[in-house]
Design a protein around this ligand. Sequence first.
Ligand code: ADP
Ligand code: SF4
Ligand code: MG
Length: 328
Amino acid sequence: MNGNGADNVLDVKNLSVSFRTVRGTVQALRNVSLMVPKNKIVGIVGESGCGKSTLINSMLRLLAANSMVGDSSSIAFQGREVLAMNERDLQAMRGQKISMVFQDPMTALNPVISIGTQMTDILYRQPSSMAEKRERAAAMLGQVGIPDPVRRLDDYPHQFSGGMRQRICIAMALMMNPSLLIADEPTTALDVTLEAQIIHLMKELREQFECSMLFVSHNLGLIAELCDEVIVMYAGEVVEQGKVHDLFHRAQHPYTQMLLECDPARIAETSRDLPTISGSVPDLVDLPPGCIFSPRCPKRYEPCNKAPPDTFNVNDIHSARCFQVRDA
Ligand SMILES: Nc1ncnc2c1ncn2[C@@H]1O[C@H](COP(=O)(O)OP(=O)(O)O)[C@@H](O)[C@H]1O
Ligand code: SF4
Ligand SMILES: [Mg+2]
């Protein structure tokens, strides 16, 4: 996809990450390129083990000690190379410019410290008084829909429901006015009603905060509702990316097409069983010679087993890594 670098909060190019293990080298990410434009929400979708967390950990430079990053990899955050940052710059980026919301709010919140203290702690670098910090914390709680926020500052995480706790995590993530909010499966632990409420909240917040979002989910329906752009990952590669509307209506990669068929939102109520994609993600220590998806692909044909496909443009806002796009 095309784009002007200056308009992107995040610009990842040719990112390759592997892990040394006793079994051999796990090639967890291979030549991943993606952009998060200013004030846009980008969704990342893919099955478990596709490299979503490795990608996020690379952006924050929080990879495990057995990791290796490829020489030609680049991660530019607000125009600065993350892979070349020193520890001080990394700390500043992680704490103030990029915020994270995780799947399980209980792991992100400290159970023995009140919500108000946890929220004001985030502002420890700011010169304002404690009263001002508490006022800001209460205002943020109000913005994410916590009733009676001033009084609730003194409550502890267990005194809130699961949905309210995730709202608190979102409020905490927004306390520093981040340029990029990364949400890794933020609604997976919630039931569908609460999930819908959180997505509605995130849509509202994007109007109020000038913030880009990277939203990781295995639920394509949620991505369609919230995101502007979507990146489909399979076994460590970006296999398709594009504007959400284009990708949903004209999915080109057989993996994306199969994910769409599995989406509960698209399945008639009468069918009881969720279709699943048969087979599993290949062993990343021993990759198949041709297209990474070929062992599972119902549409594979003669070129697919010989060499991996390049990424081919469907149009200037939509691309897919599949020979069918080239040969169409
Ligand atoms: N520290 C590590 N050492 C070895 N393999 C790892 C390590 N971290 C992740 N992996 C492997 O990298 C692949 C991608 O994992 P991950 O990024 O967690 O995927 P996802 O978040 O999409 O589920 C998986 O095969 C996983 O087993
Ligand atoms: S390149 Fe071939 S095997 Fe790979 S996804 Fe496309 S049709 Fe399927
Ligand atoms: Mg993960």
